[in-house]
Design a protein around this ligand. Structure first.
Ligand SMILES: [Zn+2]
Length: 89
């Protein structure tokens, strides 16, 4: 049955891709890169204020990767709270 083999191969491919995505997310969380998931609340690294959640449509990169902008000092940070762009004082 060739048909069954194709279905089985497709199932293995979908399963493999899912495992890969999970593995990348776990690695990203451990390595703290952009693929990781940060469950801790963000605090501004410059002034210590807790930024409000990102509003949609401001920046594609920020809304996609989960970065934030501090409303007090306008420092841009990634989803791990690290400085991306600091406004000149
Ligand atoms: Zn700040």
């Amino acid at each position: 049955m060739l048909n069954l083999e194709i279905k089985l191969l497709l199932l293995i491919c979908v399963f493999g891709i899912s495992i890969l995505i999970i593995a990348v997310s776990i690695y990203g969380t451990v390595a703290k890169n952009r693929w990781g998931v940060n469950l801790n609340p963000l605090i501004c690294p410059v002034c210590g204020a807790a930024p409000t959640p990102a509003r949609p449509g401001i920046s594609l990169r920020r809304s996609f990767w989960g970065g934030r902008t501090c409303e007090v000092c306008e420092t841009k940070m990634d989803n791990w709270g690290r400085i991306i762009e600091r406004k000149a004082q």
